[in-house]
Design a protein around this ligand. Structure first.
Ligand code: FRU
Length: 478
């Protein structure tokens, strides 16, 4: 079905996702407030219920016990104070242990209240240096259902004077008995950078440092995050305004991390040459990281983009975008991060199938977990002859053969010395591709049209296996 052709509602229902978080209706962007709180996993996200019409952003709220069976809890944070009147923008959760009135844990949500003054250029606003506000706000909850009053913690006048009015997306965490908060920012010279704040109580915040790159690396850094695993610190940011290159930085805006030589708390300068992209897209931005009660560091990204070049919702679909599956992060031997779907995904697996080289396997539904391991040399794996993942001449390539299915996504490659293994997770209209234990990842939407999914590969490999996956979202909106 061509992306710009409206299809009957029944045909569009096939694109509803089986284990990726997506709204029943409306638009989703960044994941927000990710946490495990009093046993449950909570995922909030940026939400515009009126999409494709314009509306401000709210936080929609999903809850799960296993990171795959999610339930939609409705809209949690609305725009109801002057300081967030143009949008409850992105932010994070910090779980304060034993700080609730009942002695249990308290969910502390830090977010940016966005304010855009009306009047536009006519009123003399450029919306960078004038015409807007970015307020950092705290809301708490003892049960994940009822929320406290909103406390405005920081306003534009509180930020260092180098800041423009673009300061947002607080990431709060605890370290050595203190609380820290990263904010993404744009300075007066159009350089992206981070602010690091410190607090003893989570309410009064003092600036600790400004973190810049050695050379200008985009005009704005959005959605900063911290990853701390086995004594290694990584600063994650989303720089806007980087040049696109043939084999990297191909999304409209980028999302990645800097491996830090020391602690984030002592960092004031990062080397932009060390920046590693999380995911080569097409649909990936603004990921957020949290640590769960088992101590796992888990990343969830927005599986979408602001790019208008491709269609993330074929005409007639009344919801747009999803979150990636939760990915456990680990540090590889090269000191860089690896991403793998959390182990709970395996609980959705049905009957095991062996994929024979060159033979087509069929799946009744477009939901499968495919693993090819011990790969030697070149080869390809295709889904429906429409989406091909190939390795040849030192390049790992994701290529769409059928532009109707691709909805505008053409072809992308990354350099790779050898391809050892490939994992492809398909969920109706979402595909996530993990190569070499998650060293390289691609996440893309697609809109297949077949009755059954055909999978075929041509790799010389030790094992090639696949499992159909359960529809874990069947009761998400009940
Ligand atoms: C990133 C972003 C954030 C902002 C939010 C608004 O995608 O632009 O910086 O808080 O989206 O929806």
């Amino acid at each position: 079905m061509p992306a710009d052709t409206a299809a009957p509602a029944a045909d569009l229902a096939r694109y509803r996702l089986g284990f990726h978080v997506a709204p029943e209706r409306g638009w989703l962007n960044d994941p927000n407030g990710l946490c495990q709180f009093r046993g449950n996993y909570h995922a909030f996200f940026q939400y515009n219920p009126k999409w494709p019409d314009f509306d401000t952003k709210y936080w929609r709220h999903f809850v799960s016990t296993d990171l795959f069976h999610w339930h939609d809890e409705g809209t949690a944070l609305m725009t109801d104070i002057p300081e967030d009147r143009s949008g409850v923008y992105s932010g994070s959760a910090y779980v304060a242990r034993g700080m609730a009135p009942d002695g249990g844990d308290l969910m502390c949500l830090y977010y940016t209240g966005n304010v855009v003054y009306p009047g536009g250029e006519a009123a003399g606003y450029d919306y960078v240096h004038s015409g807007r506000e970015a307020n950092e706000i705290l809301v708490t909850s003892a049960d994940g259902i009822e929320y406290s009053m909103k406390h405005v913690l920081l306003r534009n006048a509180d930020y260092p004077t180098v800041c423009t009015e673009h300061v947002r997306d607080p990431k709060a965490w605890e370290q050595n008995g203190m609380l820290y908060m990263l904010l993404g920012a744009r300075d007066l010279d159009d350089e992206g950078f981070c602010l690091l704040y410190e607090s003893a109580d989570g309410v009064e915040w003092a600036i600790k440092s400004q973190i810049y790159s050695k050379n200008q690396f985009g005009y704005m850094w959005e959605c900063p995050n911290i990853v701390q695993i086995d004594g290694h610190d990584f600063l994650a940011v989303c720089p806007q305004g980087l040049e696109h290159e043939k084999l990297r930085r191909q999304n409209m805006w980028q999302a990645g991390y800097f491996p830090l030589p020391g602690s984030i708390l002592d960092t004031v300068l990062v080397d932009e040459q060390t920046f590693v992209e999380w995911d080569h897209g097409y649909d990936f931005y603004a990921p957020q990281v949290f640590v769960d009660d088992a101590g796992r560091t888990i990343l969830i990204g927005w599986m979408g983009a602001f790019d208008g070049e491709w269609t993330a919702a074929p005409r007639g679909l009344d919801w747009c975008h999803c979150l990636t599956v939760p990915r456990e992060l680990s540090v590889g031997a090269d000191g860089l991060l690896r991403q793998q779907p959390v182990a709970e995904l395996e609980a959705l697996r049905g009957e095991h199938q062996t994929l024979k080289l060159g033979e087509t396997a069929e799946f009744d539904a477009y939901r499968a977990d495919i693993e090819v391991s011990g790969i030697s040399g070149a080869g390809a794996l295709t889904l429906d002859d429409a989406l091909e993942i190939s390795y040849a001449d030192g390049l790992l390539t994701v290529r769409f053969h059928d532009q109707d299915v691709a909805a505008g996504r053409p072809e992308r490659s990354v350099p790779l010395n050898t391809l050892d293994d490939l994992r492809v997770v398909v969920d109706t209209s979402a595909v996530e591709i993990y190569a070499n234990g998650g060293a390289e990842v691609f996440s893309t939407r697609w809109f297949p049209t077949g009755e059954k999914m055909a999978v075929c590969h041509t790799f010389e490999a030790a094992t090639a296996e696949a499992w159909p996956l359960e529809d874990a979202m069947a009761h998400a909106f009940a």
